[in-house]
Design a protein around this ligand. Structure first.
Ligand code: ZN
Ligand code: ZN
Length: 329
């Protein structure tokens, strides 16, 4: 198996080189990268969440997550005590939801110094946050652009040094599906950005707020949306590195057993679910559907003019997974 690598102009060639150089053929040497279930967006009582950092981390750990990023509003929640408490088998990463004027929110994943909010136009706020997060050693994640219909594609197009884009949230009122008229769904917006040459890796998050009340659709309960990150170790450095290079996929319930890009194809295999059926939709430039496959595994052979190729897995139960784009020359 060849590890897929997304970033960079000559991506496909790079992937092959990396695969050879680092011996990523899984299983060959009995070791290699593993998949880590990760929530990139959560709140505690240090901002508007209802639980302590410890209780929040315990929920995720107990329910099979490997990584939790705590992103309280404009405060750096101290995560060191939880790691020190010996909750092995899971990793908590420090973060911050930089909460700016105009309802512009940007997560700094892996920042360890406070990043202050910014002012200006929406694009200026976003760019300032991106630059400050990068300077602090973190990865910027633009949160819920369609919340209150705040951030449009036109605001995102001028951005430089982009990172992650939230296209699905477990929290309510994020308008991920667009309004069907003026505002595209977040997935459509992502395709518009990619087609225009603005590269984002797409993520799904919980935006967790509520553990203590009854679970209801209008509450920010945990366990709704996440990313599976392929990394060599359960360390902050390895997870951040994989997030930077796009070696992960977003999910609301679908799990993949294979995700492989070579110079000539993208292959996706879906973990069997006895109760549902899945199909894999391959998508290219402009959001064009290139192929729908019911095969296991599903494979798309590149023709060369697709611009990029990504896959969306559609489960008959409503679950989804989104792989990152492979850019073709
Ligand atoms: Zn927010
Ligand atoms: Zn939030």
């Amino acid at each position: 198996m060849i590890r897929r690598v997304g970033a960079g102009a000559a991506v496909v060639a790079t992937a092959l080189v990396l695969a050879t150089t680092h011996g990523f053929a899984q299983g060959q040497r009995g070791r290699g990268p593993r998949w880590f279930k990760t929530n990139l967006h959560s709140h505690t009582i240090n901002s508007d969440g209802d639980s302590t950092p410890y209780d929040l981390f315990a929920w995720y750990r107990r329910n099979g997550w490997n990584v939790l990023v705590i992103t309280d509003h404009n405060i750096l929640t101290d995560t060191a005590p939880m790691q020190a408490n010996g909750q092995l088998g899971a990793l908590v990463i420090q973060g911050e939801e930089i909460t700016n004027e105009k309802n512009v929110h940007v997560n700094g994943i892996g920042v360890h110094t406070f990043v202050p909010p910014a002012t200006g136009t929406i694009t200026e706020i976003l760019q300032t946050c991106i630059d400050r997060i990068r300077a602090a050693g973190g990865i910027p994640l633009i949160n819920h652009p369609n919340w209150k219909f705040t951030i449009g594609v036109k605001d995102l197009l001028p951005l430089k040094n982009t990172g992650l884009l939230e296209i699905m949230s477990g929290y309510n009122l994020m308008n991920e599906y667009g309004d069907g008229r003026d505002v595209p769904s977040m997935e459509e917006a992502w395709d518009q950005l990619l087609t225009s040459g603005v590269r984002f890796w797409a993520v799904a998050v919980d935006d967790t707020h509520n553990l203590r009340q009854e679970f209801l659709p209008n509450r920010g309960n945990p366990g709704q949306a996440w990313v599976w990150v392929r990394a060599e170790a359960l360390t902050e450095q390895a997870i951040l590195s994989a997030l930077s290079s796009g070696d992960f996929y977003a999910s609301t319930g679908v799990e993949l057993t294979e995700l492989t890009a070579t110079a000539s194809s993208l292959t996706v295999d879906v973990k069997d679910n006895p109760d549902t059926r899945q199909r894999v939709v391959f998508i290219g430039k402009g959001g064009r559907v290139l192929q729908t496959s019911f095969d296991k595994p599903a494979r798309y052979n590149f023709k060369g003019d697709e611009g990029y190729v990504r896959a969306r897995v559609e489960d008959s139960g409503g679950w989804r997974a989104w792989t990152q784009p492979v850019f073709l020359k």
